[in-house]
Design a protein around this ligand. Structure first.
Ligand SMILES: C[S@@+](CC[C@H](N)C(=O)[O-])C[C@H]1O[C@@H](n2cnc3c(N)ncnc32)[C@H](O)[C@@H]1O
Length: 213
């Protein structure tokens, strides 16, 4: 069973109340707005170009990107989440919402289609043994010089994760990224990762795709 089949009923049901969950800014969504703002900030001037939002959900990050003048493609496996995003953002020429069954691993776009890739609160759906393949796939569709920015629950390393899981016992175990493990994957793609902690369990991480040698 793939991750989509396992998770989709949960996300389809959650779509109607999801924005209330993030508005609470509590628990896993502590400092939610700060995370989204920093992701947009790290995208910087690329926000005037073509931006891919993976795990777009109800469209909160995409809404900010559209305000910055981006042309956004939002991918999500949940029809209900996409319907919410569509209702919130209304159809417009600079927005494309696309259902994709595994959007970190199979991106239905050609090589170098995007100036930036952004994702918030979704990368923990990628299994640890698929993280490197997901980075390769995202770099495939990113233009040279383009930026990649992810905000999500994640940890510096396993020790940091274990300590947080003990302190915040309500945190459910998911496929949280470990920054120290992503670094060598990105190094193999010629990229260097930057990171900024927002809470003890939430980070924004970013890098850029090198230009061709
Ligand atoms: C917690 S919501 C985050 C939504 C939005 N990005 C935000 O910041 O509010 C997680 C989203 O990831 C989607 N999702 C679930 N499994 C996924 C997967 N394997 N790859 C990408 N997205 C996935 C869900 O449908 C849901 O819309």
């Amino acid at each position: 069973m793939d991750s989509r089949q396992t998770h989709m009923p949960i996300f389809d049901r959650w779509a109607t109340t999801y924005d209330k969950s993030v508005d609470s800014a509590r628990g896993v969504f502590a400092r939610y707005e700060t995370v989204l703002d920093l992701v947009v900030d790290r995208i910087g001037s690329h926000a005037s170009g073509r931006v891919l939002d993976i795990g777009v959900g109800t469209g909160n990050l995409t809404q900010r990107l559209l305000h910055r003048g981006a042309k956004v493609v939002g991918l999500d496996p949940s029809e209900a989440m996409l319907a919410k995003a569509n209702a919130k953002l209304s159809p417009r020429s600079n927005l494309q919402l696309v259902r994709a069954s595994d959007p970190f691993l199979r991106i239905p776009f050609r090589d170098e289609s995007f100036d930036a890739i952004a994702s918030t609160y979704a990368y923990h759906h990628v299994r640890p043994d698929h993280k490197e393949a997901s980075l390769q796939e995202m770099f495939r569709v990113l233009s040279p010089g383009g930026v990649w920015v992810v905000g999500d629950l994640m940890f510096e390393d396993e020790q940091d994760e274990q300590a947080a899981l003990r302190t915040y016992s309500w945190l459910e175990r998911e496929h949280f990224a470990r920054i120290a493990e992503l670094r060598p994957f990105l190094a193999r793609l010629g990229a260097k990762l930057d990171s900024h902690p927002i809470t003890p369990f939430t980070w924004v991480i970013w890098t850029s795709k090198p230009h061709h040698k």
